[in-house]
Design a protein around this ligand. Structure first.
Ligand SMILES: *Cc1c(COP(=O)(O)O)cnc(C)c1O
Length: 395
């Protein structure tokens, strides 16, 4: 291997994991029906319930979170079902493919990819279209660095008896969820975003209404498929069996990150992400740069999306950060490529003043390197100035 590995992976996921997660993952691979693994798995799902703050069933599907998102569509949508798809970014738009692949009919509310969905628009469209059965929404639109008011949207959906499918892949951990209170029926998260774990699993909270919708799917419930959520109910939830061999070592890593989050406490864990995100925004602004989201209130806590200013070759700047200083940050994704770039602060290894300071310092260095002069220390200083409330011993 000739390419040097980075020193800091501050990408938009997967992200740097903590030393403790690395250590905890390095365990003997157990046979999945070993009683010790069954116990380990059951304890892990209990911890996942605590992280989701739910009493709903939780299901872990063994593939990156796209599996859980497609499974939600595949398991619930019957041909001809009307699905209200809320689009404020790349992932929201992609969900339409899943809706239509499983015979659904899409009704869309879209906003520019630097804005968020207005819950009152959702109410208006649900009032005008009484046939809508499902609603899909992205909680934290990682590519846009924005988040949607999923609590308000979910509550409105419930008033209309609409089942919600929520992509909270990068939302869980950056905000404290409450599936019951927020009206989330299928919430899908990933370990490799704010939880700071390894990629490869879909973490799902499933409401009783969602189970009913799966049983009611036409022409018949989806069973005997990698995409079937009901298969997990019939096996793990009902009988402590598995529909296929689970990803044993990913479960070790998941258990570790769930424990680390719960030791801090979910309120403090999310608050840390929010504090670091606010500090990062202050740092970016102090460098004279603009944020991509139109309002601070909709800025995500997982990444900070920065609008590419005129005169900056952002691809070159990122390449300099990576090649000269070993720091990985993410570009804009899909149609946002070039328009923005993203500073990263998701996961306990990243959402910390030390790492933010290093990131902003290297960012300032790289901007100067590519001929976009900024004053050294201005971003770092402004970010640190906001962090007087930080305390590693809190929580
Ligand atoms: C990371 C992420 C996913 C998973 O998608 P990948 O392209 O496989 O990483 C889905 N939705 C959101 C909002 C994400 O941030």
């Amino acid at each position: 291997m000739s390419t040097q590995w980075p020193r800091l992976n501050l990408a938009a996921g997967p992200v740097e994991v903590t030393a403790r997660t690395l250590r905890d993952q390095a365990k003997p691979v157990l046979y999945h029906y070993d009683p010790a693994f069954i116990e380990f798995y059951a304890e892990t799902t209990d911890l996942l319930k605590q992280v989701f703050r739910t009493r709903y069933d939780v299901v872990i599907m063994h593939g990156e979170a796209i599996l859980g998102l497609e499974a939600a569509a595949a398991s619930m949508i019957s041909p001809g079902d009307k699905v209200l798809n809320l689009v404020s970014g790349v992932f929201g738009k992609w969900f339409q493919d899943f809706i239509e692949a499983y015979g659904g009919e899409t009704i869309e509310i879209a906003v520019p990819y630097n804005d968020a969905i207005d819950p009152e628009d959702v109410r208006r469209v649900l009032q005008a279209n009484p046939g809508i059965k499902f609603l899909s929404v992205v909680h934290s639109e990682t590519p846009s660095g924005t988040h949607n008011p999923v609590r308000e949207i979910g509550r409105i959906a419930k008033e209309f008896g609409v089942i919600t499918m929520v992509d909270t892949v990068s939302g869980l951990g950056g905000e404290v969820l409450s599936p019951e209170d927020w009206g989330l029926d299928v919430a899908v998260a990933g370990p490799q975003k704010c939880l700071g774990g390894t990629p490869g699993l879909s973490l799902m909270a499933i409401s009783p209404d969602a189970w009913k919708a799966m049983e009611a799917r036409k022409p018949k419930p989806l069973r005997g498929s990698f995409l079937s959520i009901l298969d997990w109910k019939a096996t793990w939830l009902d009988q402590r069996r598995f529909p296929y061999t689970p990803s044993v070592t990913e479960i070790y890593a998941l258990r570790s990150v769930l424990e680390q989050a719960l030791e801090v406490g979910m309120d403090e864990f999310a608050a840390r992400h929010q504090q670091i995100a606010a500090a990062c925004r202050a740092g970016v602004r102090a460098l004279g740069l603009d944020l991509w989201p139109v309002r601070d209130e909709i800025a995500a806590s997982c990444v900070t999306a920065v609008r590419t200013p005129d005169g900056l070759d952002e691809a070159r700047m990122r390449a300099v950060m990576r090649r000269k200083y070993g720091v990985t940050i993410s570009p804009g994704y899909g149609e946002l490529n070039g328009k923005l770039f993203r500073l990263g602060h998701m996961g306990p290894a990243q959402a910390h003043p030390t790492v933010l300071a290093a990131q902003l310092a290297v960012f300032e260095r790289a901007l100067n390197d590519v001929g976009y002069p900024v004053p050294f220390g201005a971003g770092v200083g402004a970010a640190m100035a906001t962090l007087s409330g930080w305390d590693d011993s809190a929580g």
